[in-house]
Design a protein around this ligand. Structure first.
Ligand code: UDP
Length: 317
C-alpha cells in the first residue's frame, strides 16, 4: 500500500480521487488551501485513520515526508473562479506545480498532473487529439487558466526529461457529478440548481456551442489507470458524447422534471465553440472508455443537487 499526496483534496475531483485511493487501502495526505475547495467534501473521512487533511497552499514550500505518489489537483477550475483568482491560478500552475515536482523528485514518487482540455483553447481541430497544439489566446481573461495549465505540462515534461521523474499528464474534459458545487458556476451545476428551483436556465450565447460531459466515476477510473501506466505524454480523459448547451439544458429538464424556461445571456470572452475528446489513445493504452451517459449521470447526481437545494432553503429560514 502506498502513501499518497493529493493536492486539491477538498475539491470536486480531488475528493473523489481521495475516496477511491482510500477504498483501495492506501494512505492519503490531502492538501487544500480552500480557495475553491470545501471542507464538507472530505468531512465524511473525519474518522478514516488512513486520511490526513492539511489546509495548505502548495505555492509555499513544505516537506510532507516520504510519499510514493503525488496527484496534483490543486487549482481553481471553473471559469468564474479562475477569473476571480487570476494571479493565484497562474501561481498554483507554476510555482505550486514545481514545488510538487520537487517533492516527487526528492522521494522518487510518481506524479500525475491534472491538466485540461483548455490546453486546446478554442480548437480548430475537431475532435481534439493529444497531438493537436491548440488555439489559445495568451492574453485574454481565460489565459490565466489556459496558460498556467500549458506551462504546467511543459514543466512536468521537463522534470521527466531532465530529472527522470515518473510523470503523467491527464487532459481532463468537462466532468460532473455529486460535489460539483452549486456556486461553482459550471453549466451542469447551474442548470441543475436552476431547474430544481424552478428558475430560468441561463444559456450563454445562442446555446449552440458544444461540450462533452463525463461522469466523475468514469473520469477517476481513467485517471487511476493512467497513473499506473508507462505513458508520460498527455492523455485525454473525457466522454466523447458531444452535446450542444441547448441539448444539455433539455436533458437537465428531462431528468429533473422541471418546467423552467431558458434565459439567454452573453457568451463569456473566448468561450470555446466546441469541445470533444478523441479518446483513441486512452482506449488503446489504458483499455479505458466511459460507460455512463449524460442522462444516467445526471440522474445519479440528482440526490446531491436536491440535498444542496434543501441546505439552501434551511440556510434562508
Ligand atoms: N454555460 C451556460 N450557462 C451557464 C454556465 C455555462 O450556457 O450557466 C456555457 C458556457 O458558456 C460554456 C459551457 O456552458 O459554453 C460550459 O461551461 P462551463 O463553465 O461548465 O465549462 P467550460 O467548458 O467553459 O470550462
Amino acid at each position: 500500500m502506498m502513501r499518497i499526496l493529493v493536492t486539491g483534496a477538498a475539491g470536486f475531483l480531488g475528493s473523489h480521487l481521495t475516496d477511491r485511493l482510500l477504498r483501495e487501502g492506501h494512505s492519503v495526505l490531502g492538501l487544500d488551501n480552500l480557495s475553491t475547495g470545501f471542507r464538507e467534501n472530505v468531512a465524511h473521512l473525519a474518522n478514516q485513520s488512513r486520511f490526513q487533511f492539511e489546509e495548505r497552499d502548495i505555492c509555499e514550500p513544505f516537506d510532507p515526508g516520504p510519499v510514493d505518489y503525488i496527484f496534483n489537483f490543486a487549482s481553481p477550475a471553473s471559469p468564474p473562479e479562475y477569473l476571480r483568482l487570476p494571479v493565484e491560478t497562474l501561481r498554483v500552475g507554476s510555482v505550486g506545480v514545481e514545488n510538487m515536482l520537487r517533492i516527487a523528485m526528492r522521494y522518487g514518487a510518481g506524479f500525475l498532473h491534472a491538466s485540461t482540455s483548455e490546453c486546446y483553447g478554442d480548437p480548430l481541430q475537431h475532435p481534439q487529439v493529444e497531438s493537436y497544439w491548440g488555439n489559445v489566446n495568451p492574453v485574454g481573461p481565460r489565459s490565466v487558466y489556459d496558460e498556467a495549465k500549458r506551462f504546467a505540462e511543459a514543466l512536468t515534461m521537463a522534470y521527466h526529461r531532465a530529472h527522470g521523474v515518473n510523470t503523467h499528464l491527464v487532459r481532463i474534459f468537462n466532468t460532473y457529478g455529486p460535489r460539483l458545487h452549486p456556486s461553482d458556476g459550471r453549466v451542469i451545476s447551474n442548470f441543475m440548481m436552476q431547474a430544481l428551483r424552478g428558475e430560468p436556465l441561463t444559456v450563454y450565447g445562442d446555446g449552440r456551442q458544444t461540450r462533452s460531459f463525463c461522469y466523475v466515476d468514469d473520469l477517476i477510473e481513467g485517471i487511476i489507470r493512467l497513473s499506473r501506466s508507462d505513458e508520460h505524454l498527455p492523455v485525454n480523459i473525457g466522454n466523447p458524447d458531444e452535446f450542444t448547451i441547448l441539448e444539455c439544458a433539455q436533458t437537465v429538464l428531462d431528468v429533473t422534471g422541471s418546467k423552467s424556461e431558458l434565459r439567454f445571456e452573453p457568451l463569456p470572452t473566448d468561450d470555446p465553440t466546441r469541445r470533444k475528446p478523441d479518446i483513441t489513445k486512452a482506449r488503446a493504452i489504458l483499455g479505458w472508455e466511459p460507460r455512463i451517459t449524460l442522462k444516467d449521470g445526471l440522474t445519479r447526481s440528482l440526490d446531491f443537487f436536491t440535498a444542496m437545494l434543501t441546505a439552501d432553503r434551511d440556510a434562508a429560514q
